[in-house]
Every structure is written in structure tokens, then in C-alpha cells.
Design a protein around this ligand. Structure first.
Ligand SMILES: C[S@@+](CC[C@H](N)C(=O)[O-])C[C@H]1O[C@@H](n2cnc3c(N)ncnc32)[C@H](O)[C@@H]1O
Length: 237
């Protein structure tokens, strides 16, 4: 299996990877709509941050005064956040499935954890780790490509491999981990680690500002269906 370090240099190139760009724009649109979560939180953790979507939104919306701590397993991916350093209070390189404790070293546990497009580390170990760093009654917003899209796309491409995402890079085809579950399985896993689901939102293509829709998306799903799923949950001890 390849790792995000291998694709970091071109991950945010929307002409090479329009599917990632579409997913990210849809998620960003949703997060901006749910801005109160961001505004009312004093400490926000952005996990698997890459080019931090939280720092990006903070740079655009001045009423967000939260301290922002970002983490990622891949140094190359998190380097994409360099231009946003003025909006980031601390950076950790750590594996979300093994140890997120370094994130609390700066300002303590968080009021809000954002895991945007968090399918690469969406395992029981990750939810256990997360449960240790979110305050009681703190919130989590976790987004992932939708189960419906991933099942449809991956069954017809990638030889039916359902637990990885394929990237055609300039250095050849790379496969990185990607765990996408049905709403029921996902909710059950989150609940087991103390995250009570508040809402599940199916985000469709109408959240995109342009008609530049990736062929991988448009060929695999009806355009009214959700292509990204967002889970909002509250930590209950
Ligand atoms: C699909 S990208 C999304 C990046 C970013 N959140 C965004 O919205 O632009 C997934 C991110 O998760 C990171 N990642 C993958 N496995 C991880 C792990 N085990 N622990 C922490 N981060 C991980 C990758 O390096 C990558 O930055």
C-alpha cells in the first residue's frame, strides 16, 4: 500500500485530481455553513489536516478566534499548510490511529475536532485515540466520500478493491488506505467510542460552485445523491 507522502506534492492540483478537489470544495461549503461550530469553539483540532481546511476558513472568516492545532501522519501533506501558518497555533506529526496525545500538549483537549475527508484513518483505533483528546460535550465533524459513491465507483474500477483509493500520479498509479462504511456501521463505531451522532448529512454536487465535475464522480452516481457524507457527533463520557 502507498502512503499520502507519495502523493502529497500533487494532491491539491485540481487539474490532476479533480475528484479530491470536488470532495474538498463540497466539504468546505458544508463546514462554512456550519460556521457556528467553528466560531463557538475555543480550541479546534484539525486531524489529517494536509492543507488545513480549518486554517483556510479561519483566514477567510475573521470572527473565528479559536486556537487551531493541526496534525497529520504525512510531513509532506502537512507542508501544504505552510502558507496558512499565521492561522495555525501548533503542528504535530502523528499517526491518528496510534497516538494523538501530542495534540493536547499545547492547550489541552479540544472543543471541536475536524476530520475532513478522514477515510484514510477511519478505524476503531482512530476513534479510540480521538475519544481521548476531545472534551466532554465537545463536537466532532467527520467527513468522508459517501458510501454510495465509493461502492459504486470501486466496484466498477480498482478491481472491486473497497479499502483503498486510487491516484493516477505522474509517478504511476498509487493506492492509499481508505475506509468508507455505511452510515449504520460508521455511526455504531463512533457511538462505541462515546461519540453520539447529532446528524448525518448527505452532501451533493449542487454544493460545487462550478460545473467542473470529476468524471470519476459523474459517471458513478446520480448527481442528486450524496457524494460526501458529514457526521456531526458529540462526545459523551
Ligand atoms: C484525503 S486527505 C484530506 C486532507 C485534508 N483534511 C483536506 O481536507 O484537504 C487525508 C489526509 O489524512 C492524512 N492521513 C492519512 N493517514 C493518516 C493517519 N494514519 N494519521 C494521520 N493522518 C493521516 C493524509 O496524510 C492526508 O493529509
Amino acid at each position: 500500500m502507498d502512503q499520502y507522502d507519495d502523493i502529497a506534492e500533487e494532491y491539491y492540483d485540481s487539474s490532476r485530481h479533480p475528484t479530491c478537489a470536488n470532495f474538498r470544495e463540497i466539504s468546505k461549503n458544508f463546514l462554512t455553513e456550519n460556521i457556528l461550530y467553528l466560531i463557538e469553539s475555543a480550541i479546534i483540532f484539525d486531524i489529517g489536516a494536509g492543507n488545513s481546511i480549518v486554517a483556510e476558513i479561519k483566514s477567510e472568516i475573521k470572527s473565528i478566534s479559536a486556537r487551531v492545532v493541526i496534525s497529520d501522519k504525512s510531513r509532506n501533506m502537512i507542508n501544504n499548510s505552510r502558507s496558512l501558518h499565521a492561522y495555525i497555533d501548533a503542528v504535530c506529526i502523528c499517526d491518528a490511529q496510534k497516538d494523538l496525545s501530542a495534540m493536547v500538549d499545547y492547550f489541552g483537549k479540544c472543543d471541536l475536532a475536524i476530520c475532513n475527508l478522514g477515510d484514510p484513518y477511519n478505524t476503531k483505533n482512530f476513534w479510540l485515540q480521538l475519544s481521548r483528546i476531545v472534551k466532554d460535550q465537545g463536537n466532532v465533524i467527520f467527513t468522508t466520500p459517501s458510501y454510495e459513491w465509493s461502492q459504486s465507483f470501486r466496484a466498477n474500477h480498482q478491481n472491486g478493491n473497497l479499502v483503498s483509493a486510487e491516484f493516477a500520479t505522474k509517478n504511476g498509479v498509487k493506492h492509499v488506505p481508505s475506509f468508507i462504511h455505511s452510515n449504520k456501521t460508521q455511526s455504531k463505531m463512533m457511538d462505541r467510542y462515546g461519540f453520539q451522532i447529532q446528524s448525518i448529512e448527505k452532501l451533493a454536487l449542487n454544493r460545487l460552485s462550478s460545473n467542473n465535475i470529476s468524471e470519476k464522480i459523474s459517471s458513478s452516481i446520480d448527481k442528486r445523491e450524496g457524494v460526501v457524507t458529514a457526521y456531526i457527533a458529540r462526545r459523551n463520557y
